[in-house]
Ligand binder design. Sequence first.
Ligand code: COA
Length: 264
Amino acid sequence: MTDVMKTFENLKYEVAEGICTITVNRPDKLNALNRQTMLELSEAHHQALEDSDVYGIILTGSGTKAFVAGADISEFIGLDVEQGMAMAQAGQDIFKNLEQSSKPVIAAINGFALGGGCELAMACQLRIASDNARFGQPEVNLGLIPGYGGTQRLTRFIGRGKALELLMTAELIGAAEALQLGLVNYVTPPEMLIGKCIEILTKMKSKPPLALAGIIRTVNACYAKDQDGFLKEVEEFGKCFATDDFREGTSAFLEKRKAAFKGK
Ligand code: COA
């Protein structure tokens, strides 16, 4: 537990059995990400990282209609070039922290994941969608382009041609197509969505947390232009040998017993 658990205006924050569920809670606005919600997302993620009772995080949206229907369009009005850039930079920083999270974050996509919502989902480590989910980057309809990493992450996920098609036509795709394109890991009926996320996190619970964090950092290095991913792998592989969990994992294998990892 952390000393003081924060409460949030636009998020629900719940911890049960080691899993922190963060729910964007503006259902009347289809969970659109206004500035306050973005700040709270960052704070809630930080709180979950600090909480030693939490090993994994589920990020979802309130209600049955939307995961997150985008950045809050009402806050765009009156922005100038500098303010637009500042908004994009701040959003990218928050989503980058999620992408680099040392604890796994799974997006449970329970409806529309549009614009900033699709960008938020793509920043998570895994994505599970309910079969009513719809994905898209429709910013072009507003005379805009994505600003929270969408042009980059969507292209990595689904390739240049398909990404350009979605970005330039503003067409939405359903969960089945998102699965086929590799944008999501699984599709479930709505009532099984959170259960599927818990099932996957439970598999990770028995794994050594330091190695999981190393995997996240190293896979992300694959896409970081300022890093050599193979070199990063050499470093991270080496670091594992200094951990108690490495000694426990290898001893348990040789002694034919189940490893008990401590995250040290
Ligand atoms: N920002 C601000 N408000 C939003 C929003 C967003 N991104 N997305 C939805 N809302 C609000 C609507 O304005 C509406 O508010 P109101 O009831 O006070 O008028 C409420 O959420 C419900 O949305 P509504 O459009 O009435 O629902 P719908 O079922 O007819 O349509 C969508 C659903 C998702 C297709 C439609 O809301 C939409 O296109 N949203 C914007 C998506 C987008 O462009 N996202 C990228 C933003 S950069």
